[in-house]
Design a protein around this ligand. Structure first.
Ligand code: NAG
Ligand code: NAG
Ligand code: NAG
Ligand code: NAG
Length: 324
């Protein structure tokens, strides 16, 4: 009901042609819209007149105001803004959609989209997000954009079980799922700033956890510390830190990582500067016998090695006897 009402309201405001004939260009048009999470948890936003071409000289502001731990995520379904060239990397002075989030009290630009490449999902770093649509030109071939938005508390992470007592923590229990995948907040979009997420893996007795990262883009430079303003991913066999594993950051190829025992913790941490697109990884709970580093196997390997040693010694003596 509410959602329909807001959409209707939106079309009512934006659908009236004369409203776009605003005189003061800087003042923006009447297609501005505000969504409060108290009245709507999700919905759709579009450019004016969508799916018909949007009018030129239009500015629309879409503001989202959540509460508490809520964040705003927008996922684009269509994106088709007028752009004079095919390579649409240059957004300066073009028709654009600009995303702002609140950082230290100010609304800061985090992303600018133009052309017809479908943007990655956008997520706020707090309860507020603002999108600004600047249509300078328009054209009869440019349909504009359509996106869904939602106020969420799970950071777009739809795997594992979220722990309510943490800002962002997810649990993976071996007795529920023995393998699957997990990813950074808002993946495959840029992860939000100032965000820390935990991924806890709980195996059964005798199990360990094997992770395979198939995508990794976390802004930072090794050794991924605060003084280099690095975002990072950290691994630990404990709830606390574990010096056994080095922090990971930067753009990395595929890699694997394994726990020592039945518990493993992965921490993702971003700061208030520069973003990456995060990571996507698979996890698997393994029985210890499947691994190469457990004690019993080492013993067995040693035993085998001893046997081989003995065999070679015998062979050696036999050869010496033969030569003689
Ligand atoms: C939107 O929210 C409603 C109620 O909160 C929910 O039932 C529905 O599945 C949501 N739709 C989407 C597309 O997320
Ligand atoms: C799985 O293990 C956890 C922790 O030991 C326990 O809290 C949970 O109830 C178990 N779930 C099932 C389905 O057995
Ligand atoms: C992440 O990786 C898993 C496993 O390889 C894959 O199924 C999933 O589609 C990937 N997620 C995205 C958003 O690419
Ligand atoms: C290792 O050796 C022990 C006893 O010698 C045996 O019980 C166990 O199955 C062996 N493990 C493997 C992986 O062969």
């Amino acid at each position: 009901m509410c959602r329909n009402f807001v959409i209707l309201l939106f079309f009512h405001i934006c659908g009236c042609k004369e409203l776009f004939d605003f005189r003061d260009k800087n003042k923006g048009s009447n297609c501005d819209v505000v969504f409060l999470s108290d009245s709507v948890k999700n919905g759709t936003i579009t450019s004016p007149l969508y799916p018909s071409p949007y009018p030129a000289r239009t500015i629309c502001r879409y503001e989202f105001q959540g509460r508490g731990k809520e964040r705003v995520q927008t996922i684009f379904q269509e994106f088709n803004l007028y752009h004079p060239r095919d390579d649409n990397r240059e957004c300066d002075n073009q028709d654009t959609l600009i995303a702002f989030v609140q950082i230290e009290g100010r609304m800061e630009k985090i992303d600018t989209f133009c052309g017809s490449t479908l943007p990655r999902p956008v997520m706020s770093n707090g309860p507020r997000l603002k999108l600004e649509f600047h249509a300078v030109y328009g054209s009869r071939y440019s349909r504009g954009f359509k996106a869904t938005f939602s106020f969420i508390q799970n950071f777009g992470i739809k795997v594992g079980v979220q722990l309510p007592d943490y800002p962002c923590a997810f649990v993976f229990n071996s007795n529920e799922t023995r393998s699957g995948h997990f990813y950074s907040p808002n993946y495959p979009g840029f992860y939000p700033r100032d965000t820390e997420c935990y991924y806890f893996f709980h195996g059964n007795q005798g199990e360990k956890i094997h992770l395979h990262f198939n995508y990794f883009d976390v802004e930072g430079v090794f050794p991924c510390e605060a003084k280099s303003a690095s975002d990072y991913v950290e691994f630990s066999n404990f709830v606390s830190q574990d010096r056994k594993y080095e922090r990971h950051c930067g753009q990395l190829g595929e890699f694997d990582i394994e726990s020592d025992r039945r518990f493993f913790r992965v921490t993702f941490k971003s700061n208030d500067r520069l973003d990456g697109t995060g990571f996507n990884a698979t996890y698997q709970f393994l029985d210890k016998v499947e691994s190469f580093t457990t004690r019993s196997e080492l013993t067995n390997e040693t035993a085998v090695l001893k046997d081989i040693d003995g065999f070679i010694t015998i062979l050696f003596f036999l050869m010496i006897k033969l030569i003689r």
